[in-house]
Design a protein around this ligand. Sequence first.
Ligand SMILES: O=P(O)(O)OC[C@H]1O[C@H](O[C@H]2O[C@H](CO)[C@@H](O)[C@H](O)[C@H]2O)[C@H](O)[C@@H](O)[C@@H]1O
Length: 391
Amino acid sequence: MDLKSNHNAPVLTDPVPANKSRLGMHSNLLPFTPPTAAFSSGSYLSIPRKKTIPGKLEDVRASGWVDAMQASSPPRKRLNKDMVVESSSDDTDAAYHSWVFKYPSALASFEQITNYAKGKRIALFLDYDGTLSPIVDDPDHAFMSEEMRAAVRNVAKYFPTAIISGRSRDKVYEFVGLTELYYAGSHGMDIMCPVTVSESIDGSQNHTTFTGKQGKEVNLFQPASEFIPMISEVSQSLIEITKEIKGAQVENNKFCVSVHYRNVDEKSWPNVAQLVHDTLKEFPRLRLTHGRKVLEIRPVIDWDKGKAVEFLLESLGLSDCKDVVPIYVGDDRTDEDAFKVLREGNQGYGILVSSVPKETKAFYSLRDPNEVMAFLKSLVRWKQQSTASQQ
Ligand SMILES: O=P(O)(O)OC[C@H]1O[C@H](O[C@H]2O[C@H](CO)[C@@H](O)[C@H](O)[C@H]2O)[C@H](O)[C@@H](O)[C@@H]1O
């Protein structure tokens, strides 16, 4: 990836086919194609806005939002007051077993993975929610276990390790609390990385250099920095208008907003979707993606977790190296961008965390965060053994 030409303003300006969004998503997922004028830097606050007129629920049904919301929500089983897991019936169990042939368990295939990685350098990219921490009802209580924290700390001793999350970088750092990692928040729109990349993006308005928590110089790369006021405005507006819907929760992730419907009665999901849909009509520079029982609103810029992986590899001095094996572990649809980058670049492996069959660009699978932890521990053991055998 060419950082020099790319990193100042990753705003999409290419023409969009009639039925496709700028990111190749179906236009159903976008309120409408943004007018070119709306992309000029800093101009959005002066765009005259129509007053939000509530649309009919048919809008979101017809556009497929409600179907997408249902599809992103496999059946689940409550383990305790806070914790839920995706559950399965005998039928889905059978479907899972045939799915796992196509996307083998990264634990069962561990030898194959490490045989390929022998003599090469592994770089690890980890999603947070649903990967390092179990999915819980309250997004503010998605804590990772101490055992998982120790596993991540250990693995980072041997392999460069980054967390790439949809949450704000501050929030995910608060949850993980390990200074030895690199962090990318807001789906990769807020990256803290080593300073080595600074030469190639010198002059970019999107990056600043400062001394980080480890006392080392770090770069902060924020390709959507001009959207902060807009995101805050949308977030405020959504907090207001979703107040009426019991269980709806809005989370401001700095460069994107999450509208959670996990705790909303399913009958009211179309109402949540409609409010988000109506709001997005007023913000043509924002778009929607779907996560696990969450609608995610983010800037229409050509940046995602896949781009963040490429950026981090470059900033770690690991891009264009045949001896580097990037491994990305994630559970949700936004992680597919990263799986796609690895698959299409024929580099490394995507590992999808899922206990139910899902369409994916990953190569391998793991069932849940417990299996992720086992995988991380296995990587450490393998590295220690191979280092010992070389001495
Ligand atoms: O990229 P990630 O680190 O996976 O973040 C994606 C979203 O995760 C969080 O929401 C999800 O986890 C919550 C806690 O388990 C759960 O309650 C919610 O239903 C899930 O969608 C986070 O709250 C979002 O802001 C992230 O975008």
